[in-house]
Design a protein around this ligand. Structure first.
Ligand code: RNT
Ligand code: ZN
Length: 416
C-alpha cells in the first residue's frame, strides 16, 4: 500500500474522506497578491512605500518591471497547488512607452496586461485602489482629508478603480473583489476623531455610487488598528469598517489578521461576521508582534482560520486573499511558502471530522473533544498533502521546489 493509501484509511477510521477533501480544495480560489514580488512599489512612481506600511530587507533580485514581476509570479505559481486568483494594486498599472495616467485617470486599458495573465491561467483578478505612496496623500490623509481637492482626487481614484474592477470581472468571467484600504490617521492625539471618519464615510459612499454590477464587483472595506507613524488614530478602525459594510449593501467587511490587537483572533471573528454578512473577505498574513506582514506559515492561528471557514460551511462566501511582503528573503519562495501554507491549512481543515467534533461540544463531552482535537494533530497529514501536490502536478517536498527557485535565482534574479 502506498503511504497515501495508508493515510487515507487512517483518516477514514476518523470519519474523514481525504479524496473528497482533495477534490474540494482544488476548486477553492485563493488570491495571490502581486505586491510580494517588488516590495509593494508598483510601476507608477519612483518614491518609497508610505501609508503606515513598511517592507524591510534588501534581498537581491527584486522585480523592476511588469515583465519581471509577471515572470516571477508565474514561476511562483508553477510551484503552488490549487486554484489561484491574481490580486493587483492600482499602482501596478502598465503604461505604454511615454504613456502615463495619474491615479484619478486610470483606465481599464492600463491593466490589459493583467487581464492577459488571468486569461492565460483561466482565472480571475481582484483589485485594490492604491491610496498610498503618492504625492497627493496630504498630511497622511486621502479620503478623509479636510482638503477638498485632495479628497476629490482620491474619490476619483476610487471610482476609476470600480470601473476597472467591472472590466476585470467582465473580461475574466470571475467576480472582482475590490478592497478599499487607506492608511489615513494621525501619529499623535487628534482633536477631532469623528470629522475624518465622516469624510471617509461620505467618500466611500461616493465611490460605491459609481455604477457597477453587484454580482461582478465586490467592494470591501478593510479596517486597521494602527500603522507605522500613525499610531494614535486610524480613521478606518474596526468599528468604522465593519459598520460601513453593515450599512451599505454590497460592501463587504475585510478582515486582515494583522490588523487587531495581538490578543484578538480573526479565527473567532470569522464565525461572528458570518452570522450577519452573506459574504466576507479576508487578508491572510502573519503578524509578528505587530502588523509585520511576515510570510504566512502553517501555524496554529492560520489553521484555526481555515478551520472556521470550512466548518461554518463558508468556503463559497469567503473571499480569501494573501497579504504579506518580506524583502529580506527570496521573494519567490516567500510567495510559494505563503500560498502553500494557506493551502495546507485549508486541506487540514477539510480533513477534520468537523461534524463529529461539533457533536461532542453540543453534548458537552469536553474531555473527549480535547482528546480528539489533540489526536487529530498527529495523523499522517503530510501524506495527504503530498498526494494533493502530486495530483496538482507540483513538487510536494520543500527541498524539491526550493531547488527550482534557487536555479531561477542564479539564472534570472541575480542577473538583474
Ligand atoms: C495594510 C493593509 C493593506 C496592504 C495592501 C498592500 O496594512 O493590510 O491591505 O497590505 O493593500
Ligand atoms: Zn491587508
Amino acid at each position: 500500500m502506498s503511504r497515501y493509501e495508508e493515510a487515507k484509511q487512517i483518516y477514514a477510521s476518523c470519519g474523514v474522506d481525504t479524496d473528497a477533501a482533495i477534490a474540494r480544495l482544488k476548486e477553492i480560489p485563493v488570491s495571490l497578491h502581486c505586491w510580494q514580488g517588488d516590495d509593494v512599489i508598483g510601476f507608477d512612481h519612483d518614491g518609497p512605500l508610505t501609508g503606515g506600511i513598511q517592507t524591510t530587507g534588501n534581498y537581491p533580485g527584486k522585480a523592476r518591471t511588469p515583465e519581471e514581476l509577471i515572470a516571477d509570479m508565474e514561476k511562483a505559481m508553477s510551484l503552488m497547488p490549487g486554484k489561484k486568483k491574481i490580486n493587483v494594486h492600482a499602482c501596478y498599472a502598465v503604461f505604454e512607452d511615454g504613456e502615463y495616467a495619474d491615479r484619478d485617470r486610470l483606465e481599464p486599458k492600463h491593466f490589459r496586461r493583467w487581464v492577459e495573465l488571468a486569461k492565460k491561467y483561466h482565472t480571475g483578478l481582484d483589485f485594490n485602489p492604491t491610496f498610498f505612496s503618492h504625492p497627493k496623500v496630504k498630511d497622511g490623509l486621502t479620503l478623509s482629508s479636510p482638503d477638498e481637492e485632495t479628497r476629490r482626487f482620491w474619490i476619483e481614484h476610487g471610482k476609476a478603480c470600480i470601473r476597472i474592477s467591472q472590466y476585470f470581472a467582465e473580461e475574466t468571467g470571475y467576480p472582482c473583489v475590490m478592497n478599499i484600504w487607506t492608511g489615513d490617521g494621525f501619529k499623535d492625539i487628534p482633536a477631532d476623531r469623528m470629522g475624518p471618519r465622516m469624510r471617509y464615510k461620505e467618500a466611500i459612499e461616493e465611490i460605491l455610487a459609481e455604477p457597477h454590477d453587484k454580482d461582478k464587483v465586490k467592494p470591501c472595506c478593510e479596517s486597521k488598528v494602527f500603522g507605522i507613524g500613525v499610531e494614535a488614530y486610524t480613521a478606518g478602525s474596526a468599528e468604522f469598517a465593519l459598520s460601513m459594510a453593515a450599512f451599505h449593501e454590497g460592501c463587504l467587511p475585510l478582515m486582515d489578521n494583522g490588523h487587531y490587537h495581538p490578543t484578538e483572533y480573526v479565527s473567532d471573528k470569522i464565525p461572528a461576521l458570518l452570522c450577519f454578512f452573506p459574504e466576507i473577505a479576508l487578508h491572510i498574513t502573519r503578524p509578528v508582534r505587530w502588523d509585520s506582514d511576515h510570510v504566512v506559515l502553517f501555524d496554529d492561528e492560520t489553521k484555526e482560520m481555515a478551520k472556521e471557514i470550512v466548518r461554518c460551511d463558508a468556503l463559497d462566501r469567503t473571499y480569501m486573499a494573501l497579504d504579506f511582503f518580506d524583502a529580506g528573503i527570496n521573494r519567490i519562495s516567500a510567495w510559494v511558502t505563503g500560498f502553500r501554507s494557506w493551502q495546507k491549512a485549508l486541506l487540514s481543515a477539510l480533513c477534520t471530522p468537523n461534524e463529529d467534533l461539533k457533536k461532542l461540544q453540543d453534548e458537552n463531552r469536553m474531555t473527549e473533544l480535547m482528546v480528539m482535537q489533540e489526536e487529530m494533530k498527529t495523523l499522517p497529514f503530510g501524506d495527504v498533502w503530498a498526494e494533493y501536490c502530486a495530483r496538482e502536478g507540483v513538487p510536494a517536498a520543500g527541498p524539491d521546489w526550493l531547488k527550482e527557485i534557487k536555479a531561477y535565482e542564479q539564472d534570472v534574479l541575480l542577473k538583474r
